[in-house]
Design a protein around this ligand. Structure first.
Ligand code: 2AM
Length: 188
């Protein structure tokens, strides 16, 4: 694929992760779940345009590695067809007063295979990543006041994952802003 190679400073560091992108049906369902949560739980909401599934979190990487990571995404995407997924129950990580609230997926062998394949290719190429086991989810809220809250209904829509992206996370005072550096499409 012809693509513009970015001019990047040799030693600058970037906080990177690889995400699976969700189709419009899934994003709309997640936005509806998020709206239901807003009336029930206080916290810091993730904007719907930032919804994603993290497949591998790399953390600080050298800017000069970006081109190699783009190639790794392209090669991996070519080995997978678009994946059908189904949204499932809400869940949380962390503390009762500052939790992370997310919506999960029904188990998908293909999605797990994609995450494992990416991670194994990252290892082969000498990249390190957060090795926590893959639990597919979309974060809807951070710093959630979970204590004593009753979780509202979630929307259990089905949809597709048709692409993966190399993402850069810019940490801000209030929230992180995610920038797509490169997108690779799975096969039809
Ligand atoms: P999440 O997948 O639970 O939302 C950018 O920070 C993205 O990478 C977020 O989606 C974040 O959490 C995910 N992530 C996974 N492991 C992480 C880690 N060790 N540190 C920060 N973010 C991590």
């Amino acid at each position: 694929m012809a693509r513009h190679r970015k001019a990047i400073g040799k030693w600058s560091l970037m906080r990177l992760f690889i995400a699976a992108n969700l189709d419009q049906r899934l994003c709309e369902a997640l936005a509806e779940t998020s709206a239901n949560l807003r009336s029930a739980i206080r916290g810091r909401y993730v904007s719907p345009d930032s919804f994603h599934v993290t497949l591998a979190f790399l953390g600080e990487c050298r800017a000069e590695d970006v081109n190699r990571l783009e190639d790794l995404l392209d090669a991996t995407a070519q080995d997978f067809c678009a994946i059908s997924v189904q949204l499932a129950a809400l869940g949380s990580f962390g503390r009762e007063h500052a939790g992370v609230l997310w919506q999960g997926f029904e188990p998908s062998r293909e999605l797990s295979k994609l995450a494992h394949e990416l991670r194994s290719r990252l290892s082969e190429e000498g990249f390190s990543y957060d090795e926590k086991s893959f639990l597919p989810h979309v974060t809807l809220m951070r710093k959630a006041q979970l204590k004593g809250s009753v979780l509202p209904a979630a929307c259990y829509e089905a949809g597709n994952i048709a692409s993966i992206s190399l993402m850069r996370s810019h940490l801000g005072e209030a929230r992180a802003v995610y920038e797509t550096l490169h997108r690779a499409y799975l096969r039809d």
